[in-house]
Write a protein that binds this ligand. Sequence first.
Ligand code: NAD
Length: 495
Amino acid sequence: MREYDLHIDGEFQASDGDDTISVTDPYDGEVWAHVPRGTATDVDRAVRAARNAFESEAWGEFTQSRRRTLLNEIADAVADNVEELAELETRQNGRIFAETKGQLGHVVEYLRYFGRLCEQAGSGRINPVDGTKEEMFCYTKREPYGVVGAVTPWNAPLLLSVWKLAPALAAGNAFVHKPSEQTPVSALRFAELVAEETSLPDGIYDVVPGYGTEAGSALVGHDDVDKVAFTGSTATGREIAAEAGRNLSAVSVELGGKSPNVVFPSADLENAINGVMKGIFASTGQVCMAGSRVLVHERVHDEFVAELVERLQGVEVGDPMDPETDVGPMAFREQWETVEEYVDLGVESGATLAYGGGMPEGAPGECFIEPTILTDVESDMRVAQEEIFGPVAAVIPFEDEADATRLANDVDFGLAAGVWTEDMRQAHRMVDAIDAGTVWVNQYRLVAPNVPFGGFKDSGIGREAGPEGLEEYYQTKSVWFDLAGDVRDPFAGDY
Ligand code: NAD
């Protein structure tokens, strides 16, 4: 059994409260760790530590090049401990080990990428303004907000945390993190590694585990948090953005999706089937960008579904640590129940269960679910409109390109989309027509450190990764120098 404390000011510290949260392995249901149930007082302590660290001389010495070195040190600390961190991730949420290891590789890349961006961090521009060149000099510079409060979900815990931490540090902020109550262990171990193995000044990165409505809302509502960065469901994102609004804190929210994956008749069908599987069944469908609305042209619909069903028969569901496993368990039992309820709801509302829908035979634990296909789905059914966050594909036939466009946009979300076609003119038209933050053509679920990611519509506000991801952690300051020092007429101002 592992026991953790809060991680504040570079060390483990006891919580102000006595309660703990149990961390369960979804593969076998075993409780294997306890973390504190962080309180508002704990959060306040962490925010004060972060504020003091942000204003300290030690952090002031972390100029661009030192921050670049720092981010590379953190990357090295992760790279040296990939196996351990990946195993913690898998034990928390059941993602297959091959994938959590791959994600840790991405974590290293994102840290190094934002390390490189430190070179331009804070750079601004000179603004031409009225007045002679000699007299007036006006420029903008970008400065860190101060203390960032970050709240993250359970499905890709360290990756999604580093998507925020890396740009926040690159821009020069301090960072207080409330990880998901389902997956707090990797965040605490990561904070310990960063404290032990890097030059990060104490207090710049603090972790308070706990529940969303307790530690999470205390962090989001804290009046000394300058910027709130959130990834999670759209329902929670709305509350968090509203709370940040009440405080007038800057806010970015990366939210849920119900992403269309559109298969045209000209597509290489085998490739499209692989892409649809990658979109909705990998990671047990527990990804924000899951291609859960599978739109298939009516001419290829039946062949597509038949082949997809055949392919699913060969998918191995089981132990996420076993390299032969394709699909692990759902991350926790309540999530399993939610998915089952959606499958029942789909069938009750007229969809056909074409494959799966239940616990696989001989499942080793109580969180396993078969990859599931629902056909005869209408666009307005709840299974076609709401994020299920499990391996459930809602297949909807379409007549032509106009119909496909209408159906692709007939949801409140706008996170991502896939288009499968060999007709590149058609692909370009679809790219323009689909309201989503990312569109993949003949691919699905690709991300990279230099490519911005985020949502249109109800899928979020702001972008992560790329130069846009760094911009989220800055505020702009405009500076005017009147070198002549001559106000002239005090009543003739422009504003
Ligand atoms: P969730 O919204 O339930 O919880 C996310 C985090 O918010 C957790 O740490 C939780 O404790 C905290 N929280 C909950 N209520 C809160 C409140 N009132 N105040 C402050 N914090 C609160 O989401 P989840 O179930 O952990 O994650 C799954 C969701 O995340 C899905 O909707 C998925 O699409 C989304 N997601 C989005 C992205 C993206 O980049 N767009 C990436 C991954 C996951």
